[in-house]
Ligand binder design. Structure first.
Ligand code: URA
Length: 246
């Protein structure tokens, strides 16, 4: 029989960024933390961390943030960096400030360049992160590419060949599929995630990427109604679209 993990209320809330252990103990004693409508009296009560906790628990009348084990998709805008520490705007700055104090921390699942937009997944679940980025699981990533110059015609074959060697690398790229949309735009779908891979692939065939946007991972597409800079938590069904075998 599988046991649901339980955790002390003060530890859960402190780890979710609601304050220090002492601050959340005060919060509980003030009656601000309720479960199924009743105030929790003891901060050292243990509760089960289940997926429905945000619907059952309120803090000052507001639903609890998503409990640990979350995965979200962000429509990454241009000009923000996938890093915890670089200068300038960071993707973490697009999350609510309290979420940036969580332990375990929320991290990006892979990275997009500062000047790449689109579908970026983030999670606090380390094992899920590794399953998605592991080359063994072959999660596909689709990019819409806009080019500086018209395609010359052989790029699809070169990318699909499995023999294209990028500068300063010692292993050829795994095959990449390409769908031409216009003389200067295409979709490319890859399973690897090498540094600046798409830009370097087109540089290798004498072109230059002027805009790059990721719109799909596995069978999960970035929804049209998710504005640049906005994010939302994924449902179980959406997670299954990324890793169908889960
Ligand atoms: N390839 C790139 O060149 N940049 C990205 O951000 C993603 C893939």
């Amino acid at each position: 029989m599988s046991k649901t993990q339980t955790v002390r209320v003060d530890r859960l809330l402190a780890n979710m960024g609601y304050g220090s252990r002492r601050e959340v103990q005060h919060l509980v004693h003030s009656g601000a933390v309720t479960l199924d409508g009743d105030a929790i009296e003891d901060a050292d009560d243990r509760i089960a961390v289940t997926g429905d906790l945000s619907e059952r628990m309120r803090i000052d009348g507001e639903p609890l943030d998503p409990p640990p084990g979350l995965i979200l998709m962000l429509n990454k805008p241009l000009g923000v960096t996938c890093s915890h520490k670089e200068a300038g705007p960071l993707v973490y700055g697009l999350l609510p400030p309290r979420w940036r104090r969580r332990d375990p921390a929320i991290s990006t699942i892979g990275r997009l360049d500062k000047e790449t937009s689109g579908l970026l997944l983030m999670t606090d679940d380390g094992s899920l992160l590794h399953r998605i980025i592991s080359p063994r699981n072959h999660v596909t990533k689709r990019y819409h590419v806009t080019l500086d110059r018209p395609l010359r015609g052989d790029e699809g074959d070169v990318f699909a060949s499995g023999t294209l060697m990028l500068d300063n690398e010692d292993k050829p790229l795994l095959p990449v599929s390409m769908e031409v949309l216009s003389p200067t735009s295409a979709y490319v779908t890859l399973t690897e995630g090498r540094y600046h891979q798409v830009r370097r692939m087109f540089a290798a065939v004498g072109n230059h990427v002027v805009a790059l946007h990721r719109d799909r991972m596995g069978a999960l597409s970035l929804p049209d109604n998710l504005e640049p800079g906005a994010f939302r938590i994924l449902t179980k069904a959406e997670i299954a679209l990324i890793l169908p075998e889960r």
